[in-house]
Structure formats: C-alpha cells, structure tokens
Design a protein around this ligand. Structure first.
Ligand code: FES
Length: 73
C-alpha cells in the first residue's frame, strides 16, 4: 500500500502561501475532499483569500508579510 505522504512537500513562501506538492487529500472541516486538479496547490495563510483554503493571490493586495518588521524583536 502506498503511503499517502510519500513525496509530499510543503514549502512556506515568503509573504505568500504554503505550496503543497505531492499526492495528498485536502479536506474541509466536514471531512469532504476539496477537489484538486493539480499535484501542486497553494494554501492561503494570510486569511484574505476568497477561495479558502486555497490561495487566490489576495496576499499581495493586503500586503501579507511573513517577516517581522525591523526593530520589532
Ligand atoms: S496566502 Fe495567498 S491569498 Fe492568502
């Protein structure tokens, strides 16, 4: 039996989404599979997407930043 996580990677892009590559099933809170048409999918982590959990590019419009502003630490 093939391991579901085989070859799956998740990359956190600076100021952007989580890019998921590989054969994974993404479920909604009810446990229903979210349809995928590609092996690579972008998951929103800024909260602004209109197609959550997928990224729609809104992170650019809202100025999502993954790095702390200079002098904040
Ligand atoms: S990370 Fe792209 S819309 Fe949220």
């Amino acid at each position: 039996m093939k391991d579901r996580d085989e070859g799956v990677t998740i990359t956190a892009y600076p100021n952007g989404p989580l890019i998921v590559r590989g054969d994974v099933t993404i479920l909604d809170v009810e446990g229903r599979a979210i349809p995928r048409t590609r092996r690579t999918v972008a998951l929103c982590r800024c909260g602004a997407s209109t197609i959550k959990p997928l990224c729609d590019g809104s992170h650019k419009l809202v100025g999502f930043c993954t790095e702390e502003p200079a002098g904040s630490s």
